[in-house]
Design a protein around this ligand. Structure first.
Ligand code: NAP
Length: 200
């Protein structure tokens, strides 16, 4: 009997910086959707953003490696960091299908606010055939499913994750004000941020 296709979670985000909310989300989704692996893909050049306040891709990649090292189901990809130009999700999924095999079932996991804007993403027509989407939200955030582009409604799951009360924006603000960030992210990431004077 042939092996069932690999179920691959693709955790897409800027991870500026990665925090406990991202890690709890990835583990929770892995368990809920019975994923074989969750691959974290830090964006190289996020298409919708200026570069103010975004740490260098190499720093965000290294913090993601440090944060995920102890989970045997987690791994980190540098494909968006190595690719030239904007980090389009469509290009990433195509590249991952080449690496993992065409039959791989992809689940692209990201913030619900990002999914709400999906109709503005690059070349989205064939994305619903390439991957399912898991839109995760923080408590209190209500994604109006009717607002999600109609082509994506059937392939998008919405999941509320209480741990996402933690946010990268809040962590960056706390660092600027000299406030503690202990326990909001893994200790190794906290030390890395201090060592490299990030977000000051
Ligand atoms: P973002 O604007 O930085 O984040 C939007 C919201 O989602 C924030 O509240 C953020 O919280 C949260 N979030 C982001 N990634 C998450 C994750 N993996 N798990 C849980 N929460 C998450 O979004 P972004 O990082 O720029 O974009 C998200 C993904 O969509 C990236 O992989 C990006 O490449 C992709 N995208 C693709 C296109 C395109 O193909 N044209 C366009 C836009 C976005 P935190 O700040 O706490 O993370």
């Amino acid at each position: 009997m042939s092996k069932p296709p690999l179920k691959l979670g693709i955790m897409g985000g800027t991870f500026n910086p990665i925090h406990q909310g991202h890690l709890v989300t990835a583990e929770f989704i892995r368990d809920k959707f019975k994923l074989d692996e969750v691959l974290f893909v830090p964006s190289g050049k996020p298409p919708h953003k200026g570069n103010d306040e975004i740490a260098l891709p190499e720093h965000r990649w290294m913090m993601t490696v440090l944060a995920t090292a102890s989970n045997e189901y987690f791994s980190v990809s540098s494909i968006e960091i190595e690719r030239e130009g904007n980090s389009y999700t469509r290009d990433t999924i195509l590249q991952l299908k080449q690496i993992y095999g065409e039959k791989t079932e992809c689940y692209f996991i990201t913030g619900a606010d990002a999914i709400a804007e999906i109709s503005t993403w690059h070349k989205i027509e064939d994305l619903p055939q390439m991957t399912k989407f898991i839109a995760v939200s923080r408590p209190g955030y209500k994604l109006d499913t009717k607002k999600v582009d109609s082509r994506f409604q059937k392939c998008t799951f919405l999941v509320e994750v209480p741990a996402l009360a933690i946010s990268s924006t809040e962590i960056r603000k706390r660092i600027k004000k000299g406030q503690t960030i202990k326990y909001l992210l893994p200790e190794a990431v906290e030390k890395y941020i201090h060592k490299h004077s990030l977000y000051r």
